[in-house]
Design a protein around this ligand. Structure first.
Ligand code: MTE
Ligand code: HPA
Ligand code: MOS
Length: 768
């Protein structure tokens, strides 16, 4: 089935927050934010802004009727700064004006006198100074300290990965207007409508039932709108509360890049020990997560880092410790993979460094240590199957790894100035919110008397195709044509207490809830059919292809006639389904449990060609064997795989997020922050659907696909390193992602400073 949004997307008819026609009297908000990363507000003068003819009000923390607090996990984040500022971009005041332009103009007239303190941007410095968001956590398996004696090889090192800007095409924003009796209706570009509702309620001092949050779809979220959409929705709601007028705020790109958090950068130390036959005996890692100025989702992200510390490998002795470090940059947040990719980069760096020291290809170590069924993760859950090995073997065989290697070796032997590199990247990603209680969802289904169907769930469509999947689920269970089904907006008044659409679990959770509601409706409808057709209790009645079937035989009774009959019989044609993932649990005291419904696995083979004069590179191909379970929509899932991969390659190669020592974002626009475009995409992406038919708590046995493929992008880093090593075997480039062309160039000539002339310059010229 095609994505149901294709038609409106292509015609430009899909509705985003900024497409909602503004109501008469709408005011426009704009935030005045701190230019100082850490400091004390000594004076704030908003009088010149207030004097602007189009300004209706300038709002500060003093105007907040409820609590000045938007922190989701920890209450450590004010909506508007009071006395202290903790990052450049921290909101201090909000202007409400009759036009967007005037709101922006008035903001420029606000003056703040801020006494600057020393800002911290380095997580190691924060850690050394005891600036931690939560107490550090450690996962242990076996006894790594006493295992080093058994190791034939021990390698230590460090690895760092930078942050990543979400760069959703639709920037953050919200639009709100007053309804009766002090209630407020908000359209928000959020992955978490309930989180918005809760936050707005707390800040305005209103009960949640007075706040209605509605979401049609997002122009991308990627985790950036799981919690961080709440602030902007709260600003407009506060504006509505204070003025009684509709209020709109859509951030422009630079506001969004400056004021919102991104993927957490990490710096980490590792130590790995191997036996003579390349088995990993012990692994230790210490992660310093750059949380930014407030907790946001960083504690949960840090937890997932620990869960994914050993990627798809079995390691018998593991000690991994993570610190969530408070710094003076915008609070970082969820980003596709949620701390998992950061951990996986570190163990891949450890394996690569060990391989280089031992003198074997990294793939030899990787393959020797893949998880097998029943092998335990450090947190106690066993691997549910052999997909780690299966996907690796499938990739090797299907793509003929011997031929690929021979081709690369031949190329490298006959080319001095271009070198190819290859890397394997196996992935393993746990599906479920790591916070067990978040794994629940609801669906509300109406069958209208004409036979058409409306479905509301907690799922937010952000481009990942979840609405299409919900149509597929309902059409299957109800036995009707998909064209009968409309997916309604995601709305807190229709479906309450929802978890955000995140953790790749949206289709699983909301699909199961939809299935449960459909089954209840089918039970009532088949009961009605029994009566209408005068059938006995023994007759097996099903609905298929829009007709009622009795004992497998199609009858004359169609869907519309049955619905009409049931309605006249006064049978309820509405149902609410509730689903909570069974089995999962986790004990934070022991750091052991069974937190995930299942794991998703796969293996990617990445090949790159590095231009050894310029340091530039192009990806020849990425060939993937991915564990989709039994995919319920191959087109959508392929799109997720390709999109995730390219986003991962961007993170690993070109998206260089930089803050200076004063905590100012230097890469604050698309002129300085580079994301992959069509030219950066691998020339060839091949995806093999590794199908399995297991019952694994997923919807229709189709495994979640949203986040896992991003981690194939990590292979890009190691493929480039392999090519650099082919050119310069002495090179020891630090494990520092992204591997930008500048860093590649440094690596190519690492230790070669005195014999650069040995590169035949004439050949360079000939190549232009
Ligand atoms: N795909 C598109 N097109 N846009 C997005 O914003 N977000 C990703 C992934 N794929 C995203 C996307 C992230 S971070 C997650 S957690 C999942 O989709 C969420 O949707 P799912 O749970 O339905 O997979
Ligand atoms: N993934 C994504 N978002 C989350 C999670 C998670 O595991 N836990 C809480 N929010
Ligand atoms: Mo995705 S990072 O769980 O929104």
């Amino acid at each position: 089935m095609k994505n149901i949004d294709s038609n409106t997307h292509v015609r430009g008819e899909s509705i985003y927050v900024d497409d909602i026609p503004p109501r008469q009297g709408t005011l426009y908000a704009c935030v005045f934010d701190s230019k100082v990363a850490h400091g004390h507000i000594e004076a704030l003068d908003v009088s010149k802004a207030e004097a602007h003819p189009d300004v209706v009000k300038v709002v500060t923390y003093k105007d907040i009727p409820g609590i000045n607090e938007i922190g989701g996990i920890i209450k450590d984040e004010p909506l508007l700064a009071e006395k202290e500022v903790h990052f450049q971009g921290m909101p201090i005041a909000m202007v409400l004006a009759t036009s967007e332009h005037s709101a922006h103009e008035a903001v420029k007239r606000i003056e703040a006198t801020i006494k600057a303190h020393h800002p911290i941007v380095d997580p190691r410095e924060a850690h050394a100074k005891g600036e931690l968001i939560i107490p550090s956590r450690t996962f242990r398996l076996g006894d790594s300290e006493n295992a080093w004696d058994e190791c034939a090889y021990i390698v230590e090192g460090s690895a760092e990965s930078a942050g990543q800007e979400h760069l959703y095409l639709e920037t953050q924003g919200a639009y709100a207007y007053p309804t009766e009796n002090g209630s407020i209706r908000i359209s928000s570009s959020t992955q978490g409508p309930t989180q918005v509702q809760r936050t707005v309620g707390a800040v305005l001092g209103l009960p949640m039932h007075k706040i209605e949050v509605d979401v049609t779809r997002l122009g991308g979220g990627f985790g950036g709108k799981e919690d961080q959409a709440s602030a902007w929705a709260t600003f407009v709601a506060l504006g509505v509360y204070l003025t009684g007028k509709p209020v709109k705020y859509i951030l422009d790109r630079m506001e969004d890049m400056r004021m919102t958090g991104k993927r957490n950068p990490y710096v980490s130390d590792f130590k790995i020990g191997l036996s003579n036959d390349y088995k990993i005996i012990a692994y230790q890692a210490e992660y310093f997560q750059n949380a930014g100025a407030a907790a946001d989702l960083s504690p949960a992200i840090m937890e997932r880092t620990l869960f994914h510390s050993t990627n798809s490998y079995f390691v018998p002795n593991v000690t991994v410790q993570a610190h969530s470090c408070r710094t003076n940059i915008p609070p970082n947040t969820a980003f596709r993979g949620f701390g998992g990719p950061q951990a996986m980069f570190v163990i891949e760096a450890a394996i690569t460094k060990a391989a280089e020291e031992i003198g074997v290809p990294a793939s030899v170590i990787q393959k020797a240590n893949l998880l097998k069924e029943k092998d335990k993760f450090p947190y106690g859950q066993p691997a549910g199957g052999n997909e780690a090995v299966d996907s690796w073997v499938r990739a090797e065989e299907k793509y003929d790894i011997k031929a690929l290697r021979a081709e690369i070796d031949a190329f490298n032997q006959s080319n001095q100035l271009y070198k190819k590199g290859l890397a394997f990247m196996p992935i393993c990603f746990g599906i479920s919110f790591t916070k067990t209680d978040m794994n629940q969802a609801r669906a509300l289904i109406h069958i209208y008397s004409d036979g058409s169907i409306g479905i509301s769930t907690g799922a937010v469509e952000m481009g990942q195709g979840v609405n299409t999947k919900m149509v597929q689920v309902a059409a299957h269970y109800l036995g009707v044509d998909p064209s009968r089904i409309k997916i309604e907006t995601t709305n807190t008044t229709r479906v309450a207490n929802t978890s955000p659409s995140a953790a790749s679990a949206t289709a699983d959770l909301n699909g199961k809830a939809t299935g449960i509601a459909c089954n209840a409706l089918v039970k009532r409808l088949t009961g009605a059919a029994r009566k209408k057709l005068g059938l006995s209790e023994q007759a097996v009645i099903t609905i298929k292809d829009e007709f009622i079937h009795v004992d497998g035989q199609q009858t004359e009774l169609g869907w519309e006639a049955l619905v009409q009959f049931a309605f006249l019989e006064r049978i309820a044609l509405t149902e609410n389904g509730h689903y909570a993932t069974p089995t999962i649990h986790f004990d934070k005291e022991k750091e052991k449990g069974h937190p995930f419904a299942y794991h998703v696995y796969g293996t990617a083979i990445t090949c790159v060609t590095v231009d050894c004069v310029r340091g530039r590179y192009e990806f020849d191909y990425v060939k993937i064997a991915h564990d989709f379970g039994s995919s319920m929509n191959k087109i959508v899932d392929l799109g997720q795989t390709e999109g995730g991969l390219v986003q991962g390659i961007g993170w690993m190669t070109m998206e260089e997020l930089m803050y200076n020592k004063e905590g100012r974002l230097l890469t604050n626009a698309l002129s300085t922050y580079k994301i992959p475009d069509i030219y950066a995409v691998p020339k060839e992406i091949e995806v093999d659907f590794l199908e399995s038919d297991k019952e694994n708590m997923a919807i229709f046995k189709s495994k979640a696909v949203g986040e896992p493929p991003l981690m194939y992008g990590i292979g890009a880093y190691f493929a480039i390193r392999d090519a650099v090593k082919a050119f310069n075997p002495q090179a020891e480039p630090p494990f520092s992602a992204p591997f930008t062309p500048e860093k590649v160039l440094m690596g190519l000539y690492d230790g070669k400073a005195n014999n650069v002339e040995s590169v035949p310059v004439g050949a360079v010229k000939a190549k232009g």
